[in-house]
Design a protein around this ligand. Structure first.
Ligand code: FAD
Length: 416
């Protein structure tokens, strides 16, 4: 559908977690005058199971997935996280008392988060996109260049095909080509840390408990998956992480397994690796603007945060929900969905919240990823005080669940 008096086309570049979800939400919830084209560099039938991560999704993100009909499909494989323990005990400590615990801070039948395997989520998004005739899917292909004028964006794909849209959305990940082409710079730095990700099978049940163990080289998280399985995100100095995983690949797993065993502890009995371990370079990155002429940024194209609190995609889903609400309300008024006013509303809504969350994760990583004695004493005192302040704990739980601030309606489980 070209831009005309009767309708607007939205082209979403990137069919990953954020872009795929956005295309589905627009197709299902925005007025029919908004046509949706999704361009993804990966073929639609690409194998998705190899990602290996367990993603902690907040109750707000679950509401978004429910609104677009994905949650019933994901729920059987989603593990509720019902308690969280935070510790910074040394690895050789005989006991690991927790500094901070969140157990009774959620209502019955609720959870702090749901652990969903990344491969399963991508597969569900991909299948739903393919089964939605109102989404024009162009894949494998990618946005090569684009130019804008007062009325729309002209988009050239790598295949040579040309598209015209009222609104172009950059959902093309942390190395976003669209963001760079729009001249939008990022503030950011690399952590010189890697996240080692693996699925661990264990003898005893985890009872929905997650553990965040802050160690001098970075946090080590144990996140419950369905069955007697957990996903780990093991933050380590970049060189050491590469060596550990390379030993595994070379068929010499002893060093990796010994180091893993010391961090994982004995509480869940015997452990074994289920599948390969993968490394992800960790960085902080925040786009200086979340919108340009006829362009909106969502997901990792807009912000990349440290995974220590499992918030990256949850923040990305807040972008998705805010953009769908902005587009829907603008289109219902018969106004231009890609106008500077509409995009300014989206940017104002999302920029401060994302920067605040990113800075909080960055601060926590810096505070905990070291063994400085005075700092350790201060942070342990602070954590102890939080642990004894039920009001503050409830606030932190609400903050992590995506229930604070100016929350888009889809995240509150409300209709648009
Ligand atoms: C170790 C680790 C653990 C994490 N754990 C969690 C967690 O527990 N909870 C959480 O909320 N978040 C977590 N995150 C963050 C989360 O993984 C990211 O926020 C999320 O993957 C970002 O999704 P995205 O769709 O924005 O980008 P991506 O997943 O990078 O998708 C980008 C898409 O764009 C496509 N593409 C690229 N260029 C083009 C182009 N030019 N044209 C068209 N298509 C293009 C690609 O094919 C891809 O499909 C974690 C991150 C890491 C590293």
């Amino acid at each position: 559908m070209p831009n005309s008096r009767s309708g607007f086309r939205i082209v979403v570049a990137g069919g990953g977690f954020a872009g795929g979800t956005l295309a589905l939400a627009l197709a299902k919830l925005a007025p029919k005058t908004c046509g949706v084209t999704l361009v993804d560099a990966a073929p639609p039938s690409a194998p998705r199971g190899r990602d290996g991560r367990g993603l902690a999704l907040s109750p707000a993100s679950k509401n978004l997935l429910a609104a677009i009909g994905l949650w019933p499909r994901l729920e059987p494989g989603a593990q509720p996280m019902t308690s969280i323990e935070v510790t910074d005990s040394p690895l050789n400590a005989p006991l690991r008392p927790h500094l901070l615990g969140f157990a009774e801070d959620v209502a019955d039948g609720e959870a702090h988060a749901w652990l969903v395997e990344a491969g399963a989520l991508l597969e569900a998004i991909g299948e739903a996109v393919t089964a939605t005739p109102s989404i024009e899917l162009i894949a494998p292909d990618s946005v090569e260049t684009f130019g804008t004028d007062a009325f729309g964006a002209d988009i050239r794909l790598a295949s040579g095909r040309d598209l015209r849209a009222a609104l172009l959305v950059a959902a093309d990940g942390k190395k976003s080509r669209l963001r760079d082409q729009a001249g939008i710079h990022c503030i950011g730095w690399s952590y010189d840390q890697m996240g080692i990700v693996a699925t661990i099978a264990h003898e005893r049940p985890h009872h929905g408990r997650a553990v965040q163990h802050f160690l001098p080289s970075g946090p080590f998280a144990i996140l419950p998956l369905t069955g007697n399985r957990s996903s780990i995100v093991w933050t380590e100095d970049a060189d050491k992480a590469q060596d550990l995983v390379q030993d595994l690949v070379n068929g010499a797993p002893d060093v990796f397994l010994a180091a893993l065993g010391r961090r994982f502890g004995h509480r869940l009995g015997e452990i074994s690796l289920e599948g390969p371990a993968r490394t992800f370079p960790l960085s902080f990155q925040m786009a200086r603007a979340f919108a340009g002429e006829r362009l909106a940024l969502v997901g990792d194209a807009a912000h990349v945060v440290h995974p220590l609190a499992g918030q990256g995609l949850n923040i990305g889903f807040r972008d998705v929900a805010a953009l769908v609400e902005t587009v829907t309300e603008t289109a219902r008024l018969g106004l231009d969905i890609g106008s500077a006013a509409a995009l300014e509303r989206y940017q104002r809504w999302r920029r401060f919240d994302s920067a605040f969350s990113g800075a909080a994760m960055d601060g926590m990583n810096r505070l905990f990823s070291n063994d400085n004695a005075p700092l350790r004493a201060i942070r342990d005192l602070g954590m102890g005080l939080v642990d004894r302040a039920p009001g503050l704990k409830r606030f932190l739980v609400r903050e992590a669940s995506g229930a604070t601030g100016d929350v888009p309606r889809l995240l509150k489980g409300e209709a648009l």
